[in-house]
Write a protein that binds this ligand. Sequence first.
Ligand code: C5P
Length: 277
Amino acid sequence: MVPFAKVFAPAKVNLTLHVTGQRKDGYHLLDSLVVFADVGDRVAVQPADAMSLDVTGPQAAGVPTDDTNLVWKAAALFEQPVAITLSKHLPAAAGIGGGSSDAAATLLALSDITGERRLPEGVADLGADVRVCLMRQAALMSGIGEVVVPVPHLPPLHAVLANPGVEVPTPTVFKALDRKQNKPMPAKLPRWQGTRALIDWLGAQRNDLEAPAIGAAPVIADVLEALSGLSGARLTRMSGSGATCFALFDTRDGADIAAAALAQDHPGWWVAPATLT
Ligand code: C5P
């Protein structure tokens, strides 16, 4: 047990997102390779007399500070009042798991504070991505997101993440998806011999939500085009249900230089270089 816990909430990136079916309750079956970035939010928690949530940071505008925030809902599962500070660096409703990763970080912080190692009941209701965000390492995600298997030894990837500042509601994108039954990834993942081999393999995979997301927010096509035009960009794709997209580079230096160029060309966009593991 600790009196204070501070936990990093990394951005989640779907390197692939194949939609392979739909359950009777409407949720979609997924086959997704997920990694985590070295950019993210920060959650700080300490015991208090009453629950409270303070949101700070460059992306704080519009983020709720009451019990509608996933962070609050996650903390409330422990039934111990705490004061939470959420430092927002990731854009909201952006396909990089901001809210889910914040909720997962809050669960980890509360676990440290209370000494309770078992996850409380109700974690599944926080959202389909929370399970993978608790893992915080490269993983295969299937089912509707509740089946998560780590993928060890994934070569590191260097990326530029870009978001045009348009919030895309996940249900809208899933609803607009024409074909619900699409090919999964190969059943057995290769043992990639390096970053380049992984990028080549990813090139043959997909994000099935890209087309419906572009339908809902056409600016996503502009983001993909701008990313693919960056010097050294090897592969360009959308993450989650958008609108954040990423380009992959051979080196971190390449990603850093490209991110600076993109930010200069699109001062209104959120742009971040990142290493994905
Ligand atoms: O679970 P979460 O709240 O993140 O999901 C938001 C919405 O996205 C769901 O209400 C559902 O409409 C859609 N969704 C889906 N299939 C999934 C995950 C999410 O249809 N596997």
